[in-house]
Ligand binder design. Structure first.
Ligand SMILES: Cc1cc2nc3c(=O)[nH]c(=O)nc-3n(C[C@H](O)[C@H](O)[C@H](O)COP(=O)(O)OP(=O)(O)OC[C@H]3O[C@@H](n4cnc5c(N)ncnc54)[C@H](O)[C@@H]3O)c2cc1C
Length: 387
């Protein structure tokens, strides 16, 4: 086996780009696979130094031991919470960093190249553009190198990304930096940048995309709102349907090693979906964040945001959701979807796969979940196979 990143199969690679950025001879180029996900390609000049192997989150994963504190949290400013995907934890944390003269690395929709990518900035305006979940694999080109340069200049940096991107950064840096705060988001999986670009291609003048608009409340947010440069708003539910159906997710997400309660970052943030079970009066239409302070550093930074948020401490078992226990399951029709996409194009697959049939709607509805709970589903399945 070669002592380079070729050990990782394309379906297992997270696409974090740590290998590309650590390579001392620039032997690794990230290329797009047929789904638009970046995978490393190594040229003949590789000297097998093995640095790419040492920074790879897939090859080096070790479950950390942590002693976390778990909170349900809401930003006190209702307008910030409306613009945030969950309860505004990211804004509270990043405000504390900006106040301490730090830089933030998160992802934005770049209206010039129409892509979602990571930036590093100390401006409030750029931070505001980072706000909101963009359901796509964000481009990390060169970002770890930029962060390292800032850290070496003793500048405080907050990095926020998916767990595999956080682990990629940690491994790339090799040593711990006291001036770095790493926040991971709970992650169901990341969808294809190629499909996103097709979904927004109809209009090449996109200013922004909003994927968790709260007009119908936090639990009612689903589709994608496309804002054009001429200030039009186009509503699109197809793209998010393809994502929720497991058709366009990165293959490595189905083998994700990070779907655990023991997290690799200082702080983990997500949606506190189960808040209605444990503290129903804490929930409102604007959303509730889950914040898990994993490390001592994470716990110290949590103390710095308490004036900006309302919060309650809860138990780990109260907040656990699917993506903290299992990787996402790909759809059975995934291979057919991609074959159709390459043969007939986006409009055809959007039409064929981008909607929920009455049966699919029923299966994910409350009546079906009740039927599953009381065990009737097995009997129904037997009857359906006999018919
Ligand atoms: C692809 C994806 C899947 C997710 N899956 C789940 C899930 O299953 N369960 C759950 O509870 N939460 C999930 N989240 C997290 C959740 O949607 C919120 O992003 C999180 O709770 C932060 O919300 P907030 O209100 O604190 O901050 P917001 O102000 O909404 O900030 C969002 C933060 O996420 C970062 N971000 C946005 N898009 C991406 C991206 N594509 N890649 C990396 N970083 C990004 C931004 O830089 C920003 O820092 C997911 C997010 C993404 C992007």
């Amino acid at each position: 086996m070669k002592n380079n990143i070729s050990q990782v199969s394309p379906t297992e690679c997270y696409g974090c780009r740590a290998c590309e950025q650590i390579c001392p001879h620039n032997c690794i180029t990230m290329i797009n696979d047929h789904m638009g996900f970046t995978i490393p390609q190594i040229n003949d000049e590789c000297i097998l130094c093995g640095r790419c192997v040492k920074v790879c989150p897939r090859l080096q994963y070790q479950e950390p031991t942590v002693n976390p504190k778990v909170y349900a949290l809401k930003h006190k400013n209702a307008s910030i919470r409306y613009k945030s995907s969950s309860g505004g934890a990211f804004t509270a944390i990043s405000d504390a960093i900006l106040k301490a003269q730090g830089f933030i690395s998160g992802c934005v929709f770049n209206e010039h190249n129409q892509k979602v990518e990571f930036i590093l900035s100390n401006s409030t305006e750029e931070r505001d553009k980072m706000r909101g979940s963009k359901y796509v694999q964000a481009d990390t080109t060169n970002i770890y190198t930029q962060i390292k340069n800032k850290l070496e200049q003793n500048v405080l940096v907050l990095f926020i990304g998916t767990p595999c991107q956080c682990e990629g950064l940690k491994r790339f840096l090799i040593k711990d930096y006291s001036n770095l705060l790493i926040v991971d988001i709970l992650c169901h999986s990341v969808p294809s940048p190629l499909i996103l670009s097709e979904a927004i291609k109809k209009d090449n003048h996109i200013k922004n995309i909003i994927m968790r608009d709260k007009a119908n409340g936090w639990r009612g947010s689903s589709g994608m709102k496309i804002q054009t440069k001429s200030n039009q708003e186009i509503l699109d539910s197809t793209y998010m349907n393809l994502f929720y159906k497991g058709l366009i997710n990165r293959p490595s997400c189905s083998k994700c090693q990070f779907t655990k309660t023991n997290r690799c970052s200082d702080i983990t943030i997500g949606d506190y979906w189960k808040i209605n079970k444990i503290a129903p009066t804490f929930e409102d239409k604007l959303g509730v964040s889950l914040l898990i302070a994993n490390s001592i550093k994470g716990k110290d930074w949590f103390k710095k945001i308490v004036d900006d948020v309302d919060y309650i401490e809860t138990k780990m078992e109260d907040c656990i959701q699917f993506c903290m226990q299992h990787p996402t399951t790909p759809s059975n029709t995934r291979t057919k979807f991609w074959a159709d996409f390459h043969k007939y194009g986006y409009n055809m697959v959007a039409d064929k796969y981008g909607h929920y049939s009455s049966w699919e709607k029923f299966k994910s509805g409350p009546l079906a979940s009740f039927i599953r709970r009381i065990g009737l589903s097995k009997i129904i399945r037997k009857i359906r196979t006999k018919l």
